[in-house]
Design a protein. Structure first.
Length: 318
């Protein structure tokens, strides 16, 4: 395929086109991909993509996978804008409602899969890269914005910005959304933009309600060996100095020596995100429970030895 695209690039031209960009993201995918085998992850993604395209978005002009989701484009004109906008919202609402059962009764999917999805929607002018009547890609602010808005749609739901123009929607559709103002990295760092979100499914993070350059991040570093992790397991509790602005933004990175053919390397290290942890307030004190038993198994499977030094970096917004 890459050779075909390379040939098509020789005759490629950019065409201005008005589109609605839809970015869908499977929530909980990272944790899911660490808990099941890679072939099962690939099978789930394959089935989900096929059903989203065949059952829900059969009339898109272009789509491409984004790793754990899809980016879709739907062209519109001045004449059919309202019709297309309402159809897109209806389709996305249907996806939200039915995604939890998208693989139900599928004999191939005999393992637990993610049940929620986040969707970002924007509209505007894009650049379509076209060659010999084939679309190679789309680019432009509208696609980047859809991706940023999708990231706001947590734990699930739909988010679109005010320029989508909510008055295009029906009264029934409008009732499902609430309005807020947010800062968006790379798009609205200092001056907020208005957004609309599914009020029963989406919670806008307090982190997005302050200027990007005003957000303060704290990193707590801890060093210990794999042997110590085993002894301290199965669960270890870390206390944070201060309650995070948004505990959903907490990240834990695990750094360990690089390994080549089973041997520890001095020149580089490897980093993996830790998924098996929980945040909670204990008597008003912020704490993180880390599943050391799961971490120990993961490190052993990678090839880390018991005496090797491991670093845990807990990163959170203060």
């Amino acid at each position: 395929m890459h050779r075909t695209i390379r040939k098509l690039l020789e005759d490629a031209v950019g065409i201005s086109e008005q589109i609605i960009a839809v970015n869908l993201d499977i929530r909980g995918f990272s944790n899911f991909s660490q808990q099941v085998e890679s072939p099962d992850v690939a099978m789930f993604v394959k089935r989900v993509y096929a059903r989203l395209l065949d059952k829900y978005f059969s009339r898109v002009s272009f789509f491409k996978p984004t790793g754990d989701g899809l980016l879709l484009t739907i062209p519109y004109t001045e004449r059919n804008l309202q019709e297309v906008a309402r159809e897109v919202i209806n389709t996305c609402l249907k996806v939200l409602k039915e995604f939890g059962a998208i693989c139900a009764n599928d004999p191939v999917i005999n393992f637990e899969v993610p049940k929620k999805i986040g969707i970002g929607i924007s509209r505007g002018t894009s650049c379509r890269l076209k060659s010999r009547n084939k679309t190679l890609d789309y680019s432009g602010r509208v696609l980047n914005l859809a991706s940023r808005l999708m990231d706001l749609a947590r734990p699930a739901g739909i988010v679109f910005d005010d320029s989508f123009v909510i008055s295009l929607l029906s009264d029934e559709q409008i009732k499902l959304f609430s309005k807020d103002s947010v800062f968006i990295k790379g798009i609205a760092d200092r001056d907020p933009v208005d957004i609309w979100y599914t009020k029963d499914l989406t919670t806008i993070s307090p982190l997005n309600k302050q200027p990007i350059d005003k957000v303060q991040w704290k990193t707590d570093n801890y060093k210990l060996t794999l042997r110590a992790i085993k002894k301290l397991g199965p669960i270890f509790i870390y206390s944070l100095e201060k309650e995070p602005v948004d505990h959903n933004q907490i990240k834990i990175n695990v750094t360990y020596p690089g390994i080549i053919k089973g041997r520890k390397q001095k020149d580089f290290v490897s980093v993996i995100p830790l998924q098996n942890f929980e945040y909670h307030l204990e008597a008003g004190e912020p704490e993180i429970k880390v599943r050391f038993d799961a971490l120990a198994k993961q490190l052993e499977a990678i090839g880390v030895k018991e005496g090797w030094s491991i670093k845990l970096a807990i990163i959170y917004p203060r």
